[in-house]
Design a protein around this ligand. Structure first.
Ligand SMILES: Cc1ncc(COP(=O)(O)O)c(C=O)c1O
Length: 438
């Protein structure tokens, strides 16, 4: 098929709600480690990793060789027949997860992982109400959309019951108009106010992404989750960390993002980067919480032998190559490069993130902080032209999200910064031309 045919058929045969990047969608052909090629043969340095999913590089042979062998052995039998793949993976995860978390439930996506987490918290506590955060993203089922705190991703449905939203710790645009650290992390206290005023006072749980991904890599101040954890416990809830984007070392030196804030959650959800692109979702918890789920459960593809082997190979590689440290070291280097670009380009209002999960928020004016979605879209196009793949996010579509494979080097970062620099220069040039023309 030609590129044009693929684009036309994508529009004709898929739901129009399935959104694509760029004025002309980029049709991928193949990938190898940190690179992707489109069908025209153009090569890109991939600093988005298929939305924070390619943890150890495209088509990494240390993962694909094991997947290929498993496909030839047995591809599927369902969870009613145990297999070595699922138990090896679950055993490994039990070793990596914090505290007494040692049991897994496997599904196919982050959405399902969060569905299970909410059901579990409700079963375990006997309570119904859930606190979620504004600007959060939890998935696309009805419940997950109700947990989501962005109108763009829940436009098609009225909210489900039993979910209320608290302010998020968005320091760059503090919802309370305060400045850290003088604020005393007042946004964390707001969680208690929400529980007292918008729930029965008996909650099933609190769900949050340690760094809000789709929301634009919004990174809380160090005290935030510790304070919120205490509040959640005070009102009888389970603390759920949605690690779909922040898990498996991406934030540097810790396996899970929430560990950066010294909080041990009751339930963890994961997906995306766990299997380097093979579809997987998973919910992890302590045995007594897992046991509170009454009734039988089956997930036809959950813990599928092929997916499990892909996930186990990915985790083995992360551990063997000490990618937690690489995320920290190379992430720090990346952050320094981005701060340098901020010094150069006034369109960058904020740089934030952790490890190899870094974002820049674009604004029309640093003083007013007016979001710059058009400039962000332009930057995406310019970066594509330069041969760099980056992602977009934020409630106003004005945040660039970058999450390259976790095994990239400082040289890859230097190249990405060079390409971003050129792309930003083109955006600034257009901005000045537009101002001059007025
Ligand atoms: C933090 C978070 N949770 C849940 C989901 C939903 O995952 P999935 O798209 O696999 O259903 C996403 C997807 O972007 C996510 O970023």
């Amino acid at each position: 098929m030609t590129k044009e045919e693929i684009i036309r058929k994508y529009k004709q045969y898929l739901f129009p709600s399935v959104t694509t990047y760029y004025s002309e969608p980029l049709v991928t052909d193949h990938g190898s480690m940190q690179y992707v090629w489109d069908v025209d043969g153009k090569k890109y340095l991939d600093f988005f990793g298929g939305i924070v999913t390619i943890s150890v590089g495209h088509a990494n042979p240390r993962v694909t060789s094991k997947v290929k062998a498993q496909v030839d052995k047995i591809q599927h039998a369902s969870t009613v027949f145990p297999n070595e793949g699922i138990v090896s993976l679950a055993e490994k995860i039990a070793r990596l997860t914090p505290g007494e978390i040692s049991q897994s439930y496997f599904t196919n996506s982050g959405t399902e992982a969060n569905e299970m987490a909410i059901q579990l918290a409700r079963a375990h506590t006997g309570n119904i109400e859930i606190i979620a955060l504004r600007h959060g993203y939890s998935g696309r089922s009805q419940l997950a959309q109700s947990l989501t705190g962005q109108n763009t991703w829940r436009a098609s449905l009225p909210a489900g019951f039993g979910v209320v939203h608290a302010m998020n710790p968005y320091c760059y645009r503090c919802p309370l108009g305060k400045t850290y650290p003088d604020c005393g992390v007042a946004c964390a206290d707001e969680v208690e106010a929400v529980i007292q005023t918008s729930t029965s006072g008996r909650i099933a749980g609190f769900i949050a992404e340690p760094i809000q991904g789709v929301g634009g890599f919004i990174t809380p101040p160090p005290e935030y989750f510790k304070i919120v954890f205490k509040t959640v416990k005070k009102y009888g809830g389970d603390f759920i960390a949605d690690e779909v984007q922040t898990g498996w070392g991406r934030t540097g030196r810790k396996w899970f993002g929430i560990e950066q804030w010294e909080v041990t959650p009751d339930i963890i959800t994961a997906a995306k980067g766990l299997a380097n692109g093979a579809p997987v979702g998973a919910t992890f918890t302590r045995p007594e919480i897992a046991a509170s789920f009454r009734g039988l459960q089956i997930s036809t593809f959950g813990g599928n032998p092929v997916t499990s082997v892909a996930a186990k190979a990915t985790l083995d590689l992360i551990e063997e190559d000490n990618l937690l440290e690489n995320c920290y070291v190379v992430g720090k280097h990346f952050r320094e490069g981005l701060e340098g670009l901020k010094d150069k380009y006034p369109v960058i209002g904020d740089v934030r993130g952790m490890g190899l999960m870094q974002g820049i928020e674009l604004v029309k004016d640093r003083a007013t902080k007016e979001p710059a979605p058009q400039e962000t879209a332009q930057l995406m196009e310019e970066a594509r032209r330069e041969g760099l793949l980056i992602g977009k996010g934020g409630l106003w579509g004005n945040v660039i999200r970058m999450s390259p494979p976790m095994n990239i080097s400082k040289a890859d970062v230097d190249e990405a910064i060079r390409l971003l620099d050129r792309a930003l220069a083109a955006v600034e040039e257009k901005r000045h031309a537009a101002v001059g023309a007025r």
